[in-house]
Design a protein around this ligand. Sequence first.
Ligand SMILES: *Cc1c(COP(=O)(O)O)cnc(C)c1O
Length: 237
Amino acid sequence: MVTIADNLQAVEATIAAAVKDANRVRSMVQLLAVSKTFPAEAVLEAIAAGQHAFGENYLQEGVEKIAAVARAQPDTPVEWHFIGPIQSNKTRPIATSFSWVHTVDRLKIAQRLSEQRPPELGPLNICLQVNISGEATKSGATPDELPELAAKVAALPKLRLRGLMAIPEPQTDPALQRAAFARLRKLGEALRADGLIIDTLSMGMSDDMQSAILEGATIVRVGSAIFGTRTYHKDSE
Ligand SMILES: *Cc1c(COP(=O)(O)O)cnc(C)c1O
């Protein structure tokens, strides 16, 4: 039987090879294990194998899992990233339970997260989600909206703007994968040229992490390659 530990080892080998091809160093790329739809037991298995950062998409499920993992492993520091769509009336549990949010795409959401971030927790790390494929149905700020949104989010007191996130349209051709990730990288470079301090590109998933790393990803969000195929249940938001 293939275990989560085996899968993590295989993903690690993929990341290491891509980092080498990109002439980058391993410490520049963080592996975020996307545990959505999988139980706390799967997260505990990954923790036992040395993984400490996890991504969740569904608020209720994520908050319950964070509590269950904390009960089982009270002394283990675990970093939780919210990577799902955000409804503006549900920002408070995100601001209190997570240390990163990758999916901020409008100012109103950022303002609420800043107001609701408990002071004792320190700033909430933020990535702005960008719609780089231009599909009408996908969430994300447009590249045109980005400079103004980024400047305003960077000025909010309890947030720390870290960088950009994208979920490009799935492509099998590595050249097309890289072209989309390169667009996100260039948008990040443009924000830096405007004087913003950003250090994060959250891009790449199970099927395209190599291309993302070649284009400068600093966080790859990997789910099925670690935990297996997902089956969605009806209470997923
Ligand atoms: C589910 C999800 C992932 C992980 O996708 P895999 O293809 O399973 O690696 C990454 N990022 C986001 C935003 C997701 O929703």
